[in-house]
Design a protein around this ligand. Structure first.
Ligand code: NAD
Ligand code: ZN
Ligand code: ZN
Length: 342
């Protein structure tokens, strides 16, 4: 499923099966998640992203190692793995520490990872530059493992960044309970003492939030902020995870945060928030823009899934039906994560 021209939809195409050289690893894809970011990439204007065309989409990938280059280390053919998706330069301090998501040379690269400027997992095979991008999954089903590499990891990284604020008795609002949001609700429940209030524009997303362990859910309406505040006894919430990121949701977040509260903006909705002091932001307001997650965190998310503490709600599509899956995601008709199986 390849992107060949900016402004045109991706299309299925035949390409040669890659041969691993050097330290490269060839993975036979078992499942690939479809992320809302794929829609942002497909819809990008020419020049908006540093990626060179064409490339194969798919940055949430799980599969089995099919072949190894002569210089690979630490993995064997047949191992089942999930891909750590953000591929940095591989040599800076950040990459060295497993934090490719914050690679110092990010601006000089023509890619942000698998399926983001480099060939990704919406294919039968994906070529991985180094075994360091692979995390073992053993017998975890592929449809469960693939979404962990972004929907799970990004949510986990965002929650980890907020953890200092989320002790027992705290409350977190989660805005947008889709692929990422429904895992964020479960990760909050599994790793923090926080109560969870869920917000979405869809009834079925609120039902998913409820099944994921949220304490309360509400549709976005004119009075959403007071409705949420009332659930905290009037004080406001300790943290907001915004998986939408429009001006509307950012303003909702500011409207429900208590003093000293923290907003993590994960969604790429392009909204704006004005910073001024004095102004409307609560005193002590903190803001973060977490991006994806670290390699050690991916191993922790896989362990959480294997323990049964988190479960991905998936909708299955064969890879040949990728255009239909994309259309459904765009229409807001996917529950949890759409997973493509070649
Ligand atoms: P998704 O489409 O699966 O889920 C989005 C959810 O938000 C849906 O349930 C939708 O109904 C809900 N929603 C839409 N508009 C809303 C509104 N105004 N108020 C409340 N809810 C609303 O998307 P996803 O794959 O979970 O991705 C979520 C966002 O996170 C996207 O913008 C994506 O690009 C971004 N993202 C960021 C990172 C990162 O590292 N920062 C990583 C992955 C995805
Ligand atoms: Zn993504
Ligand atoms: Zn780097």
């Amino acid at each position: 499923m390849r992107l060949t021209a900016w402004g045109e939809p991706p299309a299925l195409a035949e390409v040669e099966r890659p041969v691993p050289r050097g330290a490269e690893v060839l993975v036979r894809v078992e499942a690939t998640g479809l992320c809302h970011s794929d829609l942002h990439v497909m819809g990008a204007a020419a020049g908006a992203l540093p990626y060179r065309l064409p490339f194969t989409l798919g940055h949430e990938v799980a599969g089995r190692i099919a072949a190894l280059g002569p210089d690979t280390d630490g993995v064997r053919a047949g191992d089942r793995v999930v891909l750590y998706g953000p591929w940095g330069c591989g040599t800076c301090d950040r990459c060295d520490a497993g934090r490719d998501n914050y690679c110092d040379r990010r601006d000089t690269l023509a890619w942000h990872g698998a399926g983001l400027g480099r060939d990704g997992g919406m294919a039968e095979y994906v070529l991985v530059p180094s075994a360091r991008h692979l995390v073992p999954i053993d017998d975890l089903p592929a449809d469960q493992a693939a979404p962990l590499s972004d929907a799970g990891l990004t949510s986990y990284h965002a929650v980890t960044g907020l953890r200092h604020a989320l002790g027992k008795g705290s409350t977190t609002a989660v805005i947008g309970v889709g692929g990422l949001g429904h895992l964020a609700v479960q990760i909050l429940r599994a790793t923090t003492g926080s109560r969870v209030l869920a917000v979405d524009v869809r009834e079925d997303a609120l039902a998913l939030a409820d099944r994921s362990g949220a304490d309360f859910g509400t549709l976005v309406r004119a009075d959403t902020a007071p409705v949420l505040k009332a659930r905290t006894g009037g004080a406001g919430v300790d943290a907001v995870l915004d998986f939408v990121g429009t001006t509307q949701t950012l303003e909702l977040a500011v409207g429900v945060l208590r003093p000293g509260g923290e907003l993590a903006v994960v969604g790429s909705g392009g909204g704006r928030l004005a910073v001024s002091k004095p102004g409307v932001l609560p005193p002590g307001f903190r803001l973060s823009l977490p991006f994806w997650g670290t390699r050690p965190e991916l191993a922790e998310v896989v362990a959480l899934a294997r323990s049964g503490a988190i479960h991905v709600e998936t909708e299955y599509f064969p890879l040949s039906a990728a255009p239909e899956a994309i259309a459904r995601l765009r229409q807001g008709r996917v529950r949890g994560r759409a997973v493509l199986v070649p």
